[in-house]
Design a protein around this ligand. Structure first.
Ligand SMILES: Cc1cc2nc3c(=O)[nH]c(=O)nc-3n(C[C@H](O)[C@H](O)[C@H](O)COP(=O)(O)OP(=O)(O)OC[C@H]3O[C@@H](n4cnc5c(N)ncnc54)[C@H](O)[C@@H]3O)c2cc1C
Length: 400
């Protein structure tokens, strides 16, 4: 079967239809592969929250012909401003807009998750030789010399050349492939809200990215839906019991207001103007240490299944999309000379260090954002002095 397979179109099986799985499906389909994607949910969708996308990510979406679809739903903030959560003072500014386009060849965008998910889904649905299956929960797989075989909760069995595990933080594919235990709890809670700007007093409406830094907390706000809506995320230290796998706890607004009671009037006014918050318990894994953690045999991991990270560099979905693009680049070469396990190994070799660097930098950013006392004073002085030089991330935004 192996020889025959190599002469046929490569059959790619994907577990998970989040942003990573859809992006991988699109990249592999564009690379000439036949794609079958299996999602356990009843319907394709995403939670109501925002995503920031650096130029490294927007450039890839543009390359897939999605620029017009993106422009129809995203916002393109002109600047990112860092403010002190206690005093409200400006600490630094990173120019975005045209400055980002000139530096990196693509803009910095902010978007509703559901809009990004929907535009990837629409692009995938237009492609031939793509099958999208809902209500299919992957249970186990067997990766052999000739093929990989998947078994689903309803008893269905399917076979293909490669399995891409895009099944998120609590990945079934990862637990079978690596058997390395569950993700760790970061000890941080993310309160999130999204609301029409028109529902806010004029002084609280905003078309820029604002990051408020304070002791053991930070808040990020930015526009989505072409600027018509505002996304707000407040991160505080804390724990909730149970329900770790649930991204969508209802939140106690009084708890959040108490955690931010000592912040400046402008920030408190924003927090108090939001009627309804949802809660995420943040989990991650330590940064990857080898390519072997991203691919073995005919199975590769991508996105949160491979490298779940804290959201403090705003690149988790971005790295999933970069993974997807690299999978497409590699699997385009499945021409019988290079076999699928070799191509997946090359994918992992090309991706693991960048993902590890982003994971590590995300952890460090969180520590810096939440500094207290003299260390916070040092951070603020450095931001005031160096501003853009500290806030820009050329190695990241230039792309892999
Ligand atoms: C507070 C917060 C803010 C963030 N902000 C940003 C940001 O600004 N920019 C950014 O780039 N990233 C951000 N991220 C990170 C980003 O949300 C994730 O990295 C990204 O959504 C991961 O996508 P994924 O497709 O890998 O996983 P998921 O979105 O988790 O998708 C996994 C999919 O697999 C399905 N599934 C699971 N198990 C199975 C199974 N056994 N069989 C079949 N299907 C299965 C699930 O139903 C789901 O649809 C943020 C994260 C948080 C928590």
């Amino acid at each position: 079967m192996g020889q025959n397979r190599s002469l046929m179109t490569t059959q790619v099986l994907i577990a998970g239809g989040g942003i990573g799985g859809l992006a991988a499906g699109l990249a592999c389909s564009r690379a000439g592969c036949q794609v079958r994607l299996y999602e356990r949910a009843e319907a394709f969708g995403e939670v109501g929250a925002g995503i920031q996308m650096g130029p490294n990510v927007v450039r890839l979406l543009q390359g897939w012909g999605l620029d017009a679809a993106l422009r129809a739903v995203a916002a393109y903030p002109e600047r990112l401003q860092v403010r002190h959560a206690l005093s409200g003072a400006e600490l630094g500014v990173l120019r975005l807009g045209q400055t980002t386009v000139q530096r990196y060849g693509a803009p910095y965008a902010t978007i509703h998750r559901a809009d990004l998910h929907q535009l990837l889904l629409a692009a995938l649905q237009q492609r031939e030789r793509v099958q999208l299956r809902l209500r299919h929960t992957l249970e186990t797989f067997e990766s052999g010399a000739e093929a990989v075989r998947l078994r689903f909760a309803d008893g269905l069995e399917v076979e293909g050349d490669a399995l891409l595990g895009a099944d998120g933080l609590w990945s079934r594919v990862r637990s079978q492939l690596l058997n390395d235990g569950p993700p760790r709890v970061a000890g941080h809670l993310a309160y999130r809200a999204m609301l029409p700007q028109a529902s806010l007093p004029a002084a609280l409406r905003s078309q820029q990215v604002t990051a408020w830094l304070g002791p053991r907390l930070h808040v990020v706000q930015y526009p989505v839906r072409g600027g018509a809506w505002l996304n707000v995320v407040a991160i505080v230290h804390g724990h909730v019991h149970g329900g770790l796998e649930d991204w969508d706890h209802s939140a106690n607004t009084a708890d959040l207001q108490a955690a931010l009671a000592h912040t400046c009037g402008a920030l408190r006014a924003l927090i108090e103007a939001v009627p309804d918050w949802r809660l995420w318990v943040l989990c991650d894994r330590p940064p990857l240490t080898s390519a072997d953690q991203m691919a073995r045999g005919r199975v590769a991991l991508l996105g949160d299944a491979a490298h779940p990270m804290r959201p403090y560099l705003a690149q988790g979905a971005g790295m999933a999309i970069e993974d997807a693009a690299e999978l497409g680049r590699q699997l385009a070469q499945a021409d019988g000379v290079l076999d699928v396990p070799t191509l997946l190994q090359r994918y992992a070799l090309n991706r693991w260090q960048r993902n590890a660097r982003v994971q590590a930098r995300s952890i460090r950013n969180g520590e810096i954002f939440h500094l207290q006392g003299p260390l916070a004073w040092g951070r603020d002085a450095a931001l005031r002095l160096l501003g853009e030089r500290l806030l820009d991330v050329p190695w990241l935004y230039q792309g892999p």
